[in-house]
Design a binder for this molecule. Structure first.
Ligand SMILES: *Cc1c(COP(=O)(O)O)cnc(C)c1O
Length: 416
């Protein structure tokens, strides 16, 4: 039988049983054993996220005049993220399907702005630190903008002077991250934005990871340098809700300083036989699921809930940091500015960090292997708190096992 043959219809219970059996080898993120890709603030939050998603999964935000419910929910979500990022009543944005769509659109908006302002450019470029997210490369590829990556400093943060020097008359966009993903540090946003203000070009702040966390860490009294619309020159900010907003997947927000800048993101045409067609982002049909899920979870957690889950994730991160920092064989890449942490080994000849990662994965954990340099990367969130000591004990055991397997002969290939 050809594998593409669908065969006769089956019963719903059979299909649901089959679906459950398909997922038996998936990572156990709901149990807090996964340090990447998935986020949980507990079973009650997940249940609400999933139920609100289910109820609006068939609704379509492509045309919100047919679904005023989605228009209102989206606007409320955008308004809350505007207040988190210290925007004002001229800040304008839309929900996106997540960080990648937001960043791709930020690149597109920078190109459109240059065209709208009549700048006569032959090969537009964007200047960004080597640490900025891979999705900027996707945007550069889609919209034919040269990507000028500038090496980060020894502290893994953007090198502002080198970025300034990398700009020229064809530069349309400059980027900072709060925090950047690989080492979890916040770029000097105010100084990066100043370059953009001086050159009158776009400055995007990628707060996909940190937008929620930094907001609530600051409210909890942690000293955090301004990273948002408080910085002159910042023209757009992305914040993902399907990460530390703890909503269902497919939810981010892209904000612009004003509606004119937002008009560089949107698309409208009547050049076909179907009439006027406008859309806020890359998607046409846009499921109501992520919108309803975001609206529901944000109202469920509220400010007090976000303070609680932010504090929990932050404390777990710092507990891991202290353990790694005191460990004779491990080395932390940077003091975490939020809830991301990466580490390697003191002597890669003796301890291959990816072998340590593999031991942890066999022990039922899941985490990211990252290069360069060869490191383990952890995205710590609210679900992890009760499991941190168990994780650290398993980590210590994995380090020992890898060390004793290799002895001190140094005969293994280095990974760094
Ligand atoms: C996750 C992430 C992105 C990409 O977002 P997706 O939701 O995975 O598309 C962009 N920037 C940063 C800093 C991220 O952590």
């Amino acid at each position: 039988m050809p594998i593409a043959n669908l065969g006769p219809g089956q019963t719903a219970p059979n299909i649901l049983d089959h679906l459950e059996s398909l997922r038996t080898k998936d990572v156990r993120w709901r149990d807090g054993r996964c340090f990447t890709l998935a986020y949980s603030a507990g079973p009650d939050v997940l249940a609400l996220a999933e139920e609100s998603y289910r109820r609006f999964s068939g609704e379509n935000a492509l045309n919100t005049s047919a679904f005023p419910s989605l228009r209102d929910m989206q606007q409320e979500v955008v308004d809350v993220v505007t207040s988190w990022t210290h925007g004002d009543d001229i800040t304008a944005g839309f929900m996106t399907s997540g960080g990648t769509e937001s960043l791709v659109l930020a690149v597109r908006a920078a190109r459109k702005r240059a065209e709208r302002e009549g700048r006569n450019l032959t090969r537009m470029n964007m200047v960004l630190p080597s640490s900025a997210h891979a999705a900027f490369e996707k945007g550069a590829d889609y919209f034919d903008v040269e990507s000028r990556r500038v090496p980060v400093g020894a502290d893994w943060k953007a090198d502002v002077e080198a970025m300034r020097n990398a700009c020229d008359d064809e530069t349309v966009l400059i980027v900072g991250s709060a925090p950047q993903y690989p080492q979890g540090v916040i770029d000097p946003i105010a100084s990066i934005a100043k370059i953009a203000a001086d050159r009158n070009i776009n400055c995007h702040v990628d707060a996909c990871m940190g937008g929620v966390t930094l907001t609530y860490l600051e409210r909890l009294g942690e000293p955090i340098a301004p990273w948002d619309f408080r910085c002159d020159g910042v023209t757009s900010i992305s914040v993902d809700l399907h990460k530390y907003g703890y909503t269902s997947k497919g939810s981010g927000v892209l904000l612009h300083r004003n509606k004119t800048l937002r008009s560089d993101q949107t698309f409208i045409t009547d050049n076909w036989l179907g009439g006027m067609y406008g859309s806020s982002g890359i998607l046409g049909t846009k499921s109501g699921g992520p919108i309803a899920s975001s609206w529901a979870v944000m109202h469920y957690l509220g400010d007090n809930g976000y303070e609680r889950v932010t504090q929990s994730a932050r404390q777990s991160t710092m507990r891991i940091y202290e353990h790694l920092n005191a460990h004779p064989d491990l080395v932390v890449r940077a003091l975490p500015d939020s809830t991301l942490i990466s580490f390697g080994t003191q002597d890669p000849n003796r301890h291959d960090v990816f072998a340590i990662a593999d031991h942890l994965i066999s022990a039922g954990w899941y985490l990211d292997k990252q290069t360069p340099p060869a490191s383990i990367h952890l995205t710590v969130n609210a679900i992890h708190e009760p499991l941190i000591e168990e994780f650290l004990a398993d980590l210590d055991r994995a380090v020992q096992q890898v060390g004793s397997l290799k002895g001190s002969s140094g005969s293994y290939a280095t990974t760094e």
